[in-house]
Design a protein around this ligand. Structure first.
Ligand code: MTE
Ligand code: QUE
Ligand code: MOS
Length: 765
C-alpha cells in the first residue's frame, strides 16, 4: 500500500493555533500592533431602559485632554443602520433610547482612560418613559419586534378532544451571556483615498463591511474587513460586531487617525445581545401508553428592543419543538416579544435549544403523569418510517438514527440498572436525592434562510508547491481552519504542513454568510474542495499533454504524482506546470443543494440533514440547600464520518458544558428598572472545571456516514451537542420529583439554580 500523507482527512491533528493559543502568541484584534497615532474609543451608554433624549451637551467633553473626535447619531454621513433582517436598528441612539446600555455618544482620545474621562463629562438630559422589562409585561401590552409565526400539522384542536389524557403547563427558560474570553472589539484604520480597513472580531466580516459602508455612505469596495481569529464567538459575534465597527470607522474618519473600540467585560455584558429567554406554554394530549396525539405549544421569546435575528431564531425554536418525536397534530406558535432590554441575538443552537427543551419538558410531564419511565415515553414517540416521519414544517425525516443511538447509549450507560440503583438510593435517603435522565437530540443543519447557504474559497498554488487558501469562514476556536486545510491536503494528497489558511478577508472572498448554523466546515470545506479539484484537474490536464498519458494514469498520492511510469514530486509537477503557463489560482463556490422553505406557507425542506446525539446524566441534589453535582454524563454523538475526531470531541465536550451552564448556573437578572445586575463574573457564573460531570464519557457514533453528499460524508458538530445538556436539567428535575408523591410533575424553570430547585421542591405538596 501507499504511504499516507500527514494531516489528511480523519486524522486527529491538533488545532492549527493550539500552541499559539497556550503560549499567548496567537494574535487577536486587540493584539495587532498599534500605530504611533493610534486613538482609543469609549462609549456613553444609556442609564435608562426607555427615555427620550432631550439634550446632549458635549462642551465639557470636548475640553477634556486627549480628545480628538466625538460623534452622536447626528454626525453619521450615511445611514444609522445595523439591522441584519429588518431596517430601523441603530448603532447610536437617535431621539430615544430603548434599553439601559444603549450607546448614545462615542469619543476617540489618545488613550482609553482619556476617552473615558471625556465620556464622563458628557451631559445628557432625558425624559424617562415607561418600560416593559419582562416577557409578561410585553405580552400584556402586546409589544412585538416582528409578526407572530405558526407551524401547523394535522388538526390539534379537534385531536385534543379525542385524547385520553390532556395536561398543560408553563415554564420559563432563561437566556445566556456568550462569555467569549475575548470581548467585542473593532479597530478601524483609514488608508489612502479614504479606504477603510477594519479589523473586527466578527463571525460575519461581509456584514461588517456592508454596515460600515452604509454608515459612512461609501461603496463596499472602499471597505475591507479582516479577521484572523476570535477568542470565541458562540453566535454573539454575528450581528453585534457591526455596531462597534461602524462607530470605530466613523471616529477614524472624523479624526483621520486609526481608532480602536474595545469593550470591557461589564460594558460588553450590558451593551450586547444574549441568548433569548423564553416563556413556554403547552397543552398536550396522549393515550395510556404515553403516545402523543396532539400538542399545542406557545413560545414567547424575549427579544429585547429590536428584532436583530429574532425571527430566524424563533423559527428555529419552532423547528426544534418536535425534537425526535412524531407529532401527528401540532400547532406551534411563536411570539417575538419586544422588551426594553438589550436586543437578544444568535447563541449556539439559535433558538433550537429553547424549542427542544420545551418538548423535553412535555415528555417528562407525560411520563410522570402516567408514572412511566420517561425513556419509554420518549422511545414510543420517536419518528418512524413512512407514515410517521412528517415534521410540523412538512419536511420528512429520512435519516433517522436516533433509535440505534438510544439503544447503544442505554446499554453502554447501563441506564435501567442505574435507574433501579437511583430508586433504591432515594428510598433510603431523605434529604439527598439522586436523579437520572436520558435525552435525545435531533438538530437540523442548514441556515433556514435558504440564500445564506453559500460559501466561497480562493486558492493559489505557488510555484514551490505550497498552497495558500482563503475561504469565507471565520475561526473562533472551533477548528474550522484546521478541518478545511485537512480537506485540501486530502484532495492534493500532500502534507497538511504545505497548506496555509490565511485570515478571513472580504477582499479575497466576497459576499459571504456568517460562520454560523454549524455549517462552517460543510460549506467552506466544500468550496475549498471544489477549488482544489479545479486546480488538480489543471495539473492532470497538463501532465496528460506533457507526458502523453491517459488522465486515469495521473495519480496523486503521498506528496507525489504518478504519471504513467514516472513518479514526480508534487512541487516538481507544479513548477513544470507554471513554466508551461498553467494558471495555478482559482476560486471555488458551493451552494447547499435540495433545500427550500416557503415561510408564508410554513412548509418546505429547510434542512439538508439532521445531526443526532443522546445523553444520559445523573445528578445528586441536596433538598435542604438546592445545591447539586453532576455525577456522571454519558454521551453518544453523531458526526457522520469525522474529519477530525479530536476536534469533534472538543466541540462535543465544550458544547455540552456550555449547555449545562445555561440550564443550571448561568442566570441573567434585570431589576424592575431594566438594569442588568449580572454583568460580571462576580455575579454571573459560568461553569468551571469544578462544575463539569465528575465522570464524563463522550463517544462518537461509529460507522455512520452522512446519507447526504457532504464533504467526506461528515456532519456539522458546532451546535448540536449543546442540547445534550437537556439531560442534566431533566436529571435535576427527576431528583426534585423524588421529593414528592409519584405522578406529580414539579414546576422547575431553567436555569435550575439552587434557588429554582428549592422553589420547585417547596411548590410540591
Ligand atoms: N467553538 C469554539 N471553540 N468557539 C466558538 O465560538 N461557536 C459555536 C460552535 N463552536 C464556537 C464553537 C457556534 S455558535 C457555531 S454556529 C459553530 O461553532 C460555528 O463554526 P462551524 O460552523 O465551523 O462549526
Ligand atoms: C441558523 C442561523 C442563522 C439563520 C438561520 C438559521 C443565522 C443568521 C440568519 C439570517 C437570516 C436572515 C437574514 C440574515 C441572517 O439565519 O446565523 O442576515 O437576513 O444570521 O437556521 O445560525
Ligand atoms: Mo452559531 S449561534 O450559529 O454562531
Amino acid at each position: 500500500m501507499h504511504k499516507k500523507i500527514s494531516g489528511g482527512v480523519s486524522e486527529s491533528v491538533v488545532h492549527d493555533s493550539a500552541i499559539r493559543h497556550v503560549t499567548g502568541q496567537a494574535v487577536y484584534t486587540d493584539d495587532i500592533a498599534e500605530s504611533y497615532h493610534q486613538l482609543h474609543a469609549a462609549l456613553l451608554l444609556s442609564p435608562h431602559a426607555h427615555a427620550r433624549i432631550v439634550k446632549i451637551d458635549l462642551s465639557k467633553a470636548w475640553k477634556c485632554p486627549g480628545v480628538e473626535a466625538i460623534i452622536t447619531a447626528d454626525d453619521i454621513p450615511g445611514v444609522n443602520e445595523v439591522g441584519p433582517i429588518f431596517p430601523g436598528e441603530t448603532a447610536l441612539a437617535s431621539g430615544v433610547v430603548q434599553y439601559a446600555g444603549e450607546p448614545i455618544v462615542a469619543v476617540a482620545a489618545k488613550s482609553e482612560s482619556e476617552a473615558k474621562r471625556a465620556v464622563a463629562a458628557i451631559e445628557v438630559e432625558y425624559e424617562v418613559l415607561p418600560a416593559a422589562i419582562s416577557i409578561e409585561d410585553s405580552l400584556a401590552q402586546g409589544l412585538k419586534v416582528a409578526a407572530e409565526h405558526t407551524l401547523k400539522v394535522g388538526d390539534s384542536q379537534s385531536a385534543l378532544k379525542q385524547c385520553e389524557h390532556v395536561v398543560s403547563g408553563e415554564f420559563h427558560i432563561g437566556g445566556q451571556d456568550h462569555f467569549y474570553l475575548e470581548g467585542q472589539v473593532a479597530s478601524a484604520v483609514l488608508g489612502e483615498g479614504q479606504e477603510m480597513l477594519v479589523y473586527s472580531s466578527t463571525q460575519h466580516p461581509s456584514e461588517v463591511q456592508k454596515m460600515v459602508a452604509q454608515f459612512l455612505g461609501i461603496p463596499r469596495n472602499q471597505v475591507r474587513v479582516e479577521v484572523r481569529r476570535m477568542g470565541g464567538g458562540f453566535g454573539g459575534k454575528e450581528t453585534q460586531p457591526a455596531i462597534l465597527a461602524c462607530i470605530a470607522a466613523l471616529l477614524s474618519v472624523k479624526s483621520q487617525k486609526p481608532v480602536k473600540l474595545r469593550l470591557n467585560r461589564d460594558d460588553d455584558m450590558i451593551m450586547t445581545g444574549k441568548r433569548h429567554h423564553f416563556l413556554t406554554r403547552y397543552k398536550v394530549g396522549f393515550d395510556n401508553e404515553g403516545r402523543i396525539g396532539a400538542l399545542e405549544m406557545v413560545l414567547a421569546a424575549g427579544c429585547g428592543q429590536v428584532a436583530d435575528l429574532s425571527t430566524s431564531i424563533l423559527d428555529r425554536a419552532l423547528f426544534h419543538s418536535d425534537n425526535c418525536y412524531f407529532l401527528p397534530n401540532a400547532t406551534l406558535h411563536g411570539i417575538p416579544c419586544k422588551t426594553n432590554t438589550v436586543s437578544n441575538t444568535a447563541f449556539r443552537g439559535f433558538g433550537g435549544p429553547q424549542g427542544m427543551l420545551g418538548i423535553e419538558n412535555v415528555m417528562d410531564h407525560v411520563a410522570r403523569y402516567l408514572k412511566m419511565d420517561p425513556v419509554q415515553v420518549r422511545i414510543r414517540n420517536y419518528y418512524g418510517t413512512a407514515d410517521k416521519n412528517l415534521t410540523p414544517y412538512h419536511q420528512t425525516v429520512e435519516d433517522n438514527i436516533i433509535p440505534e443511538i438510544t439503544e447503544q447509549l442505554l446499554n453502554s450507560s447501563q441506564y435501567f440498572l442505574r435507574r433501579k440503583e437511583v430508586e433504591e438510593f432515594n428510598a433510603s435517603s431523605r434529604f439527598i436525592k439522586k436523579g437520572l435522565a436520558f435525552s435525545p437530540v435531533k438538530f437540523g443543519i442548514s441556515f433556514t434562510t435558504s440564500f445564506l447557504n453559500q460559501a466561497g474559497a480562493l486558492m493559489h498554488i505557488y510555484a514551490d508547491g505550497s498552497v495558500y487558501l482563503n475561504h469565507g469562514g471565520t475561526e473562533m476556536g472551533q477548528g474550522l481552519f484546521t478541518k478545511v486545510a485537512q480537506i485540501v491536503a486530502e484532495e492534493f494528497q500532500i502534507d497538511l504542513s504545505r497548506i496555509r489558511v490565511s485570515a478571513t478577508d472580504t477582499a479575497k472572498v466576497p459576499n459571504t454568510s456568517a460562520t454560523a448554523a454549524s455549517s462552517g466546515t460543510d460549506m467552506n470545506g466544500k468550496a475549498a474542495q471544489i477549488a482544489a479539484r479545479i486546480l488538480k484537474q489543471r495539473l492532470i490536464d497538463f501532465a496528460v499533454s506533457e507526458f502523453k498519458v491517459k488522465p486515469e494514469e495521473v495519480i496523486f498520492h503521498n506528496n507525489r504524482v504518478t504519471v504513467g511510469e514516472r513518479r514526480i514530486g508534487f512541487s516538481e509537477l507544479v513548477n513544470m506546470a507554471h513554466h508551461a503557463r498553467v494558471s495555478l489560482s482559482t476560486t471555488g463556490f458551493y451552494k447547499t443543494p435540495k433545500i427550500f422553505y416557503d415561510r408564508g406557507k410554513a412548509k418546505g425542506r429547510p434542512f439538508l440533514y439532521f445531526a443526532y446525539g443522546a445523553c444520559v446524566s445523573e445528578v445528586l441534589v441536596d433538598g435542604l440547600t438546592g445545591e447539586y453535582r453532576i455525577l456522571r454524563s454519558d454521551i453518544l454523538h453523531d458526526v457522520g464520518t469525522s474529519i477530525n475526531e479530536a476536534i469533534d470531541i472538543g466541540q462535543i465536550e465544550g458544547a455540552f458544558v456550555q449547555g449545562a451552564g445555561w440550564l443550571t448556573m448561568e442566570e441573567l437578572y434585570w431589576d424592575s428598572k431594566g438594569h442588568l445586575k449580572t454583568h460580571a463574573p462576580s455575579t454571573y457564573k459560568i461553569p468551571t472545571c469544578r462544575d463539569i460531570p465528575l465522570d464524563l464519557r463522550v463517544e462518537i457514533l461509529k460507522d455512520s456516514p452522512n446519507q447526504e453528499d457532504t464533504v467526506y460524508r461528515s456532519k456539522a458538530v458546532g451546535e448540536p451537542p449543546l442540547m445534550l445538556a437537556n439531560a442534566v436539567w431533566l436529571a435535576i428535575k427527576d431528583a426534585v420529583s423524588s421529593f414528592c408523591a409519584p405522578g406529580e410533575n414539579p414546576n422547575l424553570n431553567a436555569p435550575a439554580t439552587p434557588e429554582a430547585v428549592l422553589k420547585a421542591i417547596g411548590s410540591l405538596s
